[in-house]
Design a binder for this molecule. Structure first.
Ligand code: GLY
Length: 356
């Protein structure tokens, strides 16, 4: 590896989970990094997220390339999490996922997902009512358990982002709160655009669009049923809801709308989330609502992110869709490898020029 003094300067645009991970990885490997983030952290997609590191239960039949990419990143998560927790940040909030269904159609859909995962040899296991009840006594008896995945985890997205920024700063990255509108004005040798759904504003030739997701945070009260210990994913009459444990409650998400850059939290969105979450976990009715927010998933035409070089000076790390947290370690390694001149074979499917 070249000496740190040989390494160039890099501007990383975007202070969410992807930009902060890239900044950390590059700074730790001797690059002179400036991380530009939006002044208001609450506008970051990462701040709104549920924090599931869930490649299998987020998978969809036919999206094998995305699952392969996700699994490559999943393998890096245990060490990634351990390093984030070294400085006293607690990031992991749950281990294991359960997938449960409300009606026959939901059961059939979940069976289709499970069959595809089983065919690939993935670690999904059928889940009986008795097992589900033993694991999560608060689930509604009417819900029908379908499968579980023991290897998935959930992290506190906000604690993770703060830990990442701490690590980036400790490794020598300079953190600047400023919106960047013009890449040509930056003095750094190299630029990594990790601006989530705003990436297309800086690199219009790349196709990343925002897909809105509304989410709620709920806090347990003294007499409420305890929150689930696992990530619970409910398929409720054709809609999807997830309950992601937090030490004091849970995150419930998320709606999915093509609404441009609108981040209004709507009455209809919250109604649907609450109805589906209560169908899954009736005890939620006693919880306090502490936050309702909307984030913008950065989505590409094939749901696979854009990770790699765009031109001699510019790289991109964006378009991670529903999987920003999960794909962060792989993205950091892939951008480092690209700058080092040794592109990572595991990230080949995410080449940003594949639509050209
Ligand atoms: N990864 C969950 C979501 O995008 O809502």
């Amino acid at each position: 590896m070249p000496d740190a003094t040989e390494r160039c300067s890099v501007a990383v645009i975007g202070g969410g989970v992807i930009g902060s991970t890239v900044a950390w990885q590059l700074a730790e490997n001797g690059y002179r990094v400036t991380l530009f983030s939006e002044p208001a952290v609450e506008h970051s997609t990462t701040w709104v997220a549920g924090g599931m590191i869930a490649p299998w239960s987020e998978a969809w039949p036919g999206e094998g390339a995305l699952l392969d990419l996700s699994l490559a990143s999943m393998r890096a998560w245990p060490r990634f999490a351990a390093r984030l927790e070294e400085n006293g940040h607690e990031v992991i909030t749950a281990r294991g996922s359960l997938a449960i269904a409300a009606d026959d159609g939901d059961v059939a859909d979940l069976h289709r997902v499970m069959a595809w995962l089983e065919q690939r040899g993935e670690p999904v296991a059928p889940l009986s009512r008795r097992e589900a009840r033993a694991l999560e006594p608060g689930l509604a008896p009417s819900m029908r358990p379908v499968f579980q995945v023991n290897d998935e985890i959930a992290v506190d997205n906000r604690a993770t982002l703060l830990a990442l920024r701490d690590r980036a700063a400790a490794a020598g990255a300079i953190l600047v709160e400023r919106r960047i509108n013009d890449l040509a004005s930056l003095p750094q040798d190299q630029i990594v655009v990790a601006a989530g759904p705003w990436t297309s504003e800086l690199l219009p030739e790349l196709r990343v669009r925002p897909v809105k997701g509304e989410i709620m945070r709920l806090a347990r009260r003294s007499f409420s049923a305890p929150p689930p210990r696992s990530i619970v994913r409910g398929w409720v009459r054709g809609r999807h809801v997830y309950l992601v444990p937090r030490p004091d409650g849970m995150v419930v998400g998320a709606t999915q709308h093509e609404a441009g850059f609108d981040t209004t939290v709507t009455a209809g969105g919250i109604r649907d989330l609450l109805a589906d979450a209560e169908a899954v976990f009736p005890g939620i009715a006693d919880y306090a609502i502490t936050d309702m927010s909307a984030g913008l998933r950065p989505v590409t035409p094939d749901n696979i992110p854009l990770i790699g070089r765009v031109d001699d000076r510019t790289l991109v790390a964006a378009g991670h869709g529903r999987n920003g947290m999960l794909l962060a370690p792989l993205t950091g390694s892939a951008i480092l490898a690209e700058l080092d001149g040794q592109p990572l074979a595991e990230a080949a499917a995410a080449h940003p020029r594949r639509f050209a």
